[in-house]
Design a protein around this ligand. Sequence first.
Ligand code: SIN
Ligand code: CO
Length: 407
Amino acid sequence: MPARSPNVPSSPFAVPLPDEPATLLGNLTPAQFMRRYWQKKPLLIRQAIPGIQAPLSRDELFELADSEDAESRLITHFRKSWAMEHGPFAPDELPSVKKRDWTLLVQGVNLHDDRARALLDRFRFIPDARLDDLMISYATDGGGVGAHFDSYDVFLLQVHGKRRWRFGAQRDLSLKEGLPLKVLQHFEADEEWVLEPGDMLYLPPHIAHDGVAEGECMTASIGFRAPSASELSGQFLYHLAERLDDARSAGAKGGVQRYGDPAQPAVSHPALLPPLLIERVGAILANIEWNERDVASFLGTYLSEPKPNVIFDPPRRPLNENRFIDCAKQSGLKLDKKTVLLYDKHAYFMNGEQDLMSGKVKKWLPELADKRYLEGKRFVTLSGDSSMTVLLHEWYCAGWIQVDANA
Ligand code: SIN
Ligand code: CO
C-alpha cells in the first residue's frame, strides 16, 4: 500500500445536510430519502458519486486481506459449486485474477484506510449509532455471493468495473441447505440493472438480491447494523447485571446479593428443583429495575464498543501536552478512523467507555463528535480549559484522536 501518514488530519468530509439535495442520493434530500426509501424500498441511483475512484486498488485490497487485523472471506463458485474460506489470505492463496467466478470480501475497510473512512462519512446523514462498516468486494467475471437477503440496510456502491444486480421483494426467503453460505432456494428478480462505477443501489433489509460481476469489478457496501431484539435484550441484561454488581459491591455491607436458603428443609428427592429456589430467584429478578438512563448508557457503551479485532495505534513518540495543544491550535484535530464517539444530553460514549457530559465538555464534545474534527481556532476560544486539554491529550496518547505532529 502507498505510504500514508496516519497523523495528518484531513478536513472533514461535508456530510449532506438533511434538507439539501444530494448528488449521492440522486438529488433527493437526505430527509426525502429517509422518508420515502429508508427501510422501505430499494432505490437505484445513477452516478451517485461521479468520477469515483476505488478507495483501494486491487493490490491494496489483497494486501489487507493478508492481514490478521481485517476480516475477509473468499467465495468461489467453480463448476457451479459454492465454497467459502475465511482469511487472512497470503497472495498465493487467492485464485488467479484470470480465473472467473470468485470473489474476495473484506469487512471493515474503514477501520484501516482513511479513504474508505471518508467514503463512509458521506453517509452520516444516518445516525452513527446505526452505521456499521464499509466492506469492499473484489470479483472476477461471474463472481458473486449468490442470491441472498440481508437483515440490514445496505448501499451497494460500484467503485470499479460493472456488476449486474437483480433484486426483488419475494416472500419466500428459505435457504438452500448444506451450503457454506446463505443462498436462496428460489430467487425471482423483479428488477435488473447493470451498475457502472459511481452508480449505487440502496436495499432495505430482506430484499432478495444477487450481484454478478461483468468482468473484473469492485463494489463497496456501506452497511447499517440492526441488532436483533434478542441480542439487545441479552446485552442489556448483561450491562444491567454488571451495574447492579458494581453498585451492590460498592454500597452493601455484605457485598453482591446472593441467593440464600436458610429455610431449606432436608429432601428425599435431591434431583427435584426446589420450589423455594424458584420463588427466591423470582423475587431477586422482580427487583431488577431500570430507567431510560440505563437504556441510554447501555446503548452508548454497547454501540461505541470497538469490534473485537480493533486495535488502536498510539503515537510511537507522543508529543507532550503543550506541544500537542500547539499542534492542535495550528491544524485542528480529528477522531481516529477507528474511534466511535456518541453522546446525548447527559453523557458521552467513546470506544465503549462513558463519562458525564459536564457543562465544560458540552462546549466542545458534541462538535467533535458530529464533525469528527475540531478546528484549530476552537482551541483558541476554549483556551484556559485545562480539563479539556488533559482529556484530549489522554485520547491522543491512546490513539483515539490525531493531530498533525508537523504543524
Ligand atoms: C458483494 O459485494 O458481492 C456482496 C454484497 C451483498 O450482496 O451484500
Ligand atoms: Co447482500
